[in-house]
Design a protein around this ligand. Structure first.
Ligand code: ASP
Length: 341
């Protein structure tokens, strides 16, 4: 009799828990925003004590300007793919971020740029790795998505493809900035002194840019663009051009763009993992994103963060480093932040 009673109680408890779980997903989904856009400009050891007021103002202004562009497109009924591409143009053009102009240098003193974009309606995707002459690598990724049968093109072939598509081509010196050049010189000097190969993460600063947008048609698009890691060599690619690692989008779950130590994001298929937790475990966006960044990646030793939007316009921006340049915009809502909350 006692055993019967106990199993009856546990059945009721089980039913309540799964109801609650459903309810929390429903709660997050009740109000579907007509649009939402979220961006990042990289995560890492970004501490207030190391930042001048002037520099902080520049970052905040650049993030707001980028959000203005994307929000303007979405507000006027534009598509998520246009919003993501054009928002990233701004971030790629800004020397503040490690993407496009201002990208970090390889060991050989060159800039090799990676970018990817994915659309959540048909899950078509495009990416480029190691391009050196395309002013906007995100547009090269979009061209791969829209104008080729492929997903990933690399190095000279990707540069050639971008040129044939009529994208803006620049001399490779266009991407150079003193700040990034000096970072490479510092690392090379340390390497020479210590007689050992320093990890590209010596500075532990990431500056990749990314954007995820939901448009009023319900399409979610995610895009990411980066120079990779300072002092990288052997044509190393990180997570950014790998669909499912640095970028992922599925209209049924969410869109994700990552920043951090790319090798970890590749190994744990981070962007896809967030979507998979929502799909298979019915987790909310914030639970899924938090678990992957603050539990799984932390346990494995991978630093970084991500931005994500779900089908209802809920936004998540978790990171496990000291800071992450980030922000989002929805109707009557705008947030831009750098440090921990
Ligand atoms: N994830 C990028 C890479 O590994 C770096 C970054 O996010 O800053 O190439």
């Amino acid at each position: 009799m006692r055993a019967l009673l106990l199993s009856f109680i546990s059945l009721i408890l089980l039913a309540c828990t799964s109801q609650e779980k459903k309810a929390s997903v429903m709660a997050a989904s009740k109000e579907k925003a007509p649009y939402a856009i979220v961006i990042h400009g990289g995560a890492g050891t970004i501490l207030k004590k190391n930042m001048t007021d002037e520099r902080e103002t520049q970052y905040i202004a650049a993030l707001n300007e980028a959000l203005d562009v994307g929000e303007g497109i979405l507000k006027n009924g534009g598509t998520a793919i246009d919003a993501v591409e054009q928002t990233i143009w701004l971030l790629e053009d800004s020397p503040l971020f490690n993407a496009g102009k201002g990208a970090v240098f390889t060991n050989e003193g060159e800039n090799e740029l990676d970018a990817s974009i994915m659309s959540g309606n048909d899950q078509n995707a495009g990416s480029v790795g190691g391009v050196q002459t395309v002013r906007h690598p995100i547009s090269a990724a979009r061209a791969v998505l829209e104008k080729s049968d492929h997903v990933l093109l690399t190095s000279k072939g990707a540069d050639q493809f971008a040129k044939e598509q009529g994208l803006e081509i620049v001399d490779s010196s266009y991407f150079k900035t003193e700040r990034r050049w000096n970072s490479l010189q510092r690392i090379l000097e340390e390497e020479a002194k210590d007689k050992r190969v320093l990890s590209e993460l010596s500075e532990n600063k990431h500056g990749t840019v990314g954007c995820v947008a939901l448009d009023n048609q319900g399409n979610i698009v995610a895009g990411t663009s980066t120079g990779g890691m300072t002092n990288k060599r052997y044509n190393r690619f990180g997570d950014v051009p790998i669909i499912g690692a640095g970028t992922y989008a599925d209209n049924n779950t969410c869109g994700v763009s990552c920043t951090g130590h790319g090798e970890y994001f590749i190994r744990y298929a981070v962007a896809h993992d967030v979507s998979a937790r929502m799909e298979y475990l019915e987790e909310s966006l914030s639970d899924a994103a938090n678990h992957v960044v603050n539990k799984k990646l932390v346990d494995k030793g991978g630093s970084g963060g991500l931005i994500a939007v779900d089908a209802y316009g809920n936004v998540a921006m978790p990171f496990n480093s000291a800071g992450m340049y980030r922000g989002y915009a929805k109707p009557n809502e705008r947030v831009v932040k750098i440090y921990e909350d």
